[in-house]
Structure formats: C-alpha cells, structure tokens
Ligand binder design. Structure first.
Ligand SMILES: O=P(O)(O)OC[C@H]1O[C@@H](O)[C@@H](O)[C@@H](O)[C@@H]1O
Length: 310
C-alpha cells in the first residue's frame, strides 16, 4: 500500500481519477500535508504492507540514506532506488524474527556446543526447519549469531539502518520508508552482496529484549497506540475499538495516511458518501481530514494507520 513503482496502489473508486495513487497525489499534493510536502516533495514517504510469512524471508540489512544513494548510483541493477529503508514490523499473530547480534557470551556458548559441549538449547528444531526451506544455505547458521525474537500480537521490532534481521514466521503489519533497497546475507536465492554487507552492519551485541520496540498510548485517544520510530518517514497507529462502541472518529492528522482494517465492520461517511470499513479494506485519508465511523458493535474493531507525524 503506497506508491513505490514496484507495487503501486490503484484507487478502487470509480468517482476518482486518475486511479494510480501516485498520479492522484501529484494532482492533489495538498493531501500530503504541508510539513510532509516540504520535507519529501509531492510523494508519499512510506510504504505499508501486511506480510504473511510462511517460508522465511531473506536475512538482510538496509543501507542508510548516504549508502543507499551510493549503492543506487554505482549498482542500480541491485539497488533500485536512492532511498534508505528503515522498517517496522508489528505482529498480528505470534511472530518469529531475527534481529541484531546476540550478546557475545551466547555466541560463545553456541560455539562451545558445536565443539562438543552440552546440546540442549541449541535451537536444533529451528535450524532443521530453515535448512528444509533453504537446503545448503549457510544463512541457516545465522540463528546462532543473531537474536531470535518471539513477538506476540501487538509487539513490534524496528529495523534501523544496518541492523541485520529476518522474518521467519507469522503475520505482521509492516511499515517502511518508500524504498526497496535490501542488502542480503542468506536464506535467499537472490543476490547476496557480501562486501557491502560486511562494511555496513551494526555489529554491536545486545540482548533480544532491547530489540522489542515499545509503543505508547495516545493521551487524546484511549483506543490508540502509537508506534513512533526514530525516523521521519513514518509512524504507525494501532486503533483497537472495544466491542459495544457505536461510533468513533478517526482523528485528522497533519499528514496523509493509509488505514487498513484487520477486524470489525464500520461505515464511514466521507464527502457525503458511505464507505465500508471491513477486514482487508484499505483507505487513503488526506491530511487534515477526519472520518466519522458508525460501528457494528458486536465485536471489537482493529485497524492500523500509517502516517507521518513530523
Ligand atoms: O528482496 P527480498 O530479499 O525478497 O526482501 C524483501 C523484503 O524485505 C523486507 O525488509 C521487507 O521490506 C519485506 O516487505 C520485503 O518483502
């Protein structure tokens, strides 16, 4: 959901022309909000996704802005744009991922096991699972160097520049800067750029709990939880409206936003027309616009909203 040329959003509303989101934004640049427009130009700065990970995604890291510009200029065949790609994953189901280098003592313990020590707690099940998906791929051994994170629904991890990571299993909401620059390390048949990877990685060891990204409650809205990473490109707001609530207003923010409904049903009125919010429906909301919802109160409603709170 966004305007990256590799997967552009189409507007599925017969009343609206042009139907490509990027073209509509160019014609209606005020929808982005003044601050976003001033900072990023007439472009939506973020990409929003739902990932359903059955087979593990590649072990990878994303370049910072300066490195992304360099890599795109010198190797455009591997680095398709000049933007950085900080990203955040918020678990929808129990979710397994790798993130950042483990504390050194843990890595040393695993090496000890490999040379004949105790074999309990060796992550053998995960190793075999990955090896079944990617036979012979040395990336399978990365589970002994990177933290294995088990996230519960609502938990998040933020992947800043140069942070090694992988998504191994589960469903998540993902938001990132509008880019597709990935430097891969393993668990993939795609291009792996070892020299670039080795020079850029964050090698600082840290415990897994330090890799779980904390959200905060919105003082103005008891139903909103804000995931605000330390980058300007995006923020994600989780809206969870309890069963029994009949109405709720999606508040105006000063940037464009994209909102996806995960659970629940509601009718929103915009420009005098009713729009149905239900599982899988995606709405684009212009900066400064609010949407009043009439909610089907039998069950709770869960929505995620990507925006840019500058
Ligand atoms: O290019 P590959 O290795 O398939 O990785 C691409 C994947 O990268 C991750 O960082 C996420 O942004 C995913 O949404 C994306 O699908």
């Amino acid at each position: 959901m966004g305007t990256h040329p590799k997967g552009e959003a189409e507007i599925a509303d017969d009343h609206i022309r042009p139907s490509k989101l990027s073209h509509w934004i160019l014609d209606n640049a005020q929808c982005l909000g003044e601050c976003v427009h001033a900072r990023f130009g007439a472009k939506l700065p973020f990409l929003f996704k739902v990932l359903s990970v059955n087979q593990s995604l590649s072990i990878q890291a994303h370049p910072n802005k300066a490195n992304a510009e360099y890599l795109h200029a010198h190797h455009p065949e591997h680095y398709p744009d000049a933007n950085h790609k900080p990203e955040m994953a918020i678990a929808l189901t129990p979710f397994l991922g790798l993130c950042g280098f483990r504390p050194l003592c843990e890595i040393l313990d695993f090496l000890d096991v490999a040379s004949g020590g105790d074999v309990s707690g060796s992550n053998g099940h995960l190793l075999l699972k990955l090896h079944k998906q990617f036979p012979g791929d040395v990336g399978c051994f990365v589970i002994y160097f990177l933290n294995v994170l088990q996230l519960q629904p609502g938990d998040a991890m933020f992947l800043g520049a140069n942070e090694p990571h992988a998504y191994l299993y589960g469903d998540c909401i993902e938001c990132m800067a509008c880019s597709d620059n990935t430097v891969r390390a393993g668990l993939t048949s795609k291009f792996i750029d070892v020299p670039t990877l080795c020079t850029m990685l964050n090698y600082t060891p840290a415990p897994p709990e330090s890799k779980v990204f904390c959200s905060r409650f919105d003082p103005d809205d008891p139903f909103a939880k804000i995931y605000d990473p330390p980058v300007p490109d995006f923020t994600v707001i989780c809206l969870q409206i309890p069963a029994g609530t009949l109405s709720y207003t999606i508040a105006a923010v000063n940037s464009a936003s994209i909102i996806i409904t995960i659970r629940g049903v509601a009718i929103g009125i915009t420009e005098g027309r009713p729009l149905e919010f239900k599982r899988g429906k995606v709405m684009f909301i212009s900066a400064g616009k609010s949407v009043a919802l009439s909610i089907e109160p039998k069950a709770d409603m869960l929505m995620f909203r990507a925006c840019c709170l500058l």
